[in-house]
Design a protein around this ligand. Structure first.
Ligand code: IMP
Ligand code: MG
Length: 193
């Protein structure tokens, strides 16, 4: 018996092109458990200095949604959208700001919420860009970090999971704008765009 409106796929039967959706790398339960822990750590660390959560669109939208609810503090959220020049699966490190922040960062405790750190070039560009706006503090919470891929030193205060260097999809992460709606992180088996 299924609940009306509940058409979420079970393992092996995915919404779109199941052949491209590989093994679960981080399950829905593990994501939620870890995000609860991250939220508790952030809540303790930022007591008395409410954070401004800055989500990096589009990949971080789902993580931001869950993380913000796991932080028991009077926080604010804002979003930036960036796009990196270069191929779809490898960043060039040259970042274009597609949507800038709406709020002033001066004297704010800014916590950047990122989906995944691969080469680290996107984040290192963003850190320089945001530091120029004179926040009181600037830290990063990245859900995923690809092991051994960083080409630049990035200071990550909070990390959800370190994963192997393969391309992944789901929970906000896409390939050519698809698969963001999968509730877990999966290996991507399709052709690299
Ligand atoms: P970096 O600049 O190489 O660290 O790349 C970071 C950005 O590339 C992330 O914010 C994602 O938008 C994208 N990206 C990197 N790896 C993956 C992946 O495995 N799946 C989906 N997007 C990815
Ligand atoms: Mg991203």
């Amino acid at each position: 018996m299924t609940t009306p409106g509940d058409d979420r796929p079970t393992e092996g039967t995915r919404l779109q092109d199941g052949a491209e959706v590989g093994a679960v790398i981080v399950s829905e339960a593990d994501l939620q458990r870890r995000i609860t822990e991250l939220g508790a750590a952030i809540t303790a660390d930022y007591a008395g200095r409410p954070p401004l959560l800055v989500g990096v669109l589009k990949g971080a939208f789902m993580f931001m949604s869950d993380l913000s609810r796991a932080i028991a503090l009077p926080s604010e959220v804002d979003f930036m959208a960036v796009s990196s020049y270069g191929s779809a699966t490898r960043t060039s490190g040259v970042v274009r700001i597609v949507k800038d922040l709406d709020v002033d960062l001066v004297d704010r405790h800014v916590l950047v919420v990122e989906d995944i750190v691969d080469s680290g070039l996107t984040l290192s560009y963003l850190q320089r860009y945001l530091l120029a706006r004179q926040p009181a503090s600037l830290e990063v919470c990245a859900l995923l970090v690809k092991e051994g891929q960083q080409r630049t030193a990035v200071d990550l205060r909070y990390v959800g999971f370190t994963i192997p260097a393969d391309f992944v999809i789901g929970y906000g992460l896409d390939v050519a704008e698809r698969y963001r709606n999968l509730p877990a992180i999966h290996d991507y088996l399709g052709p690299k765009p």
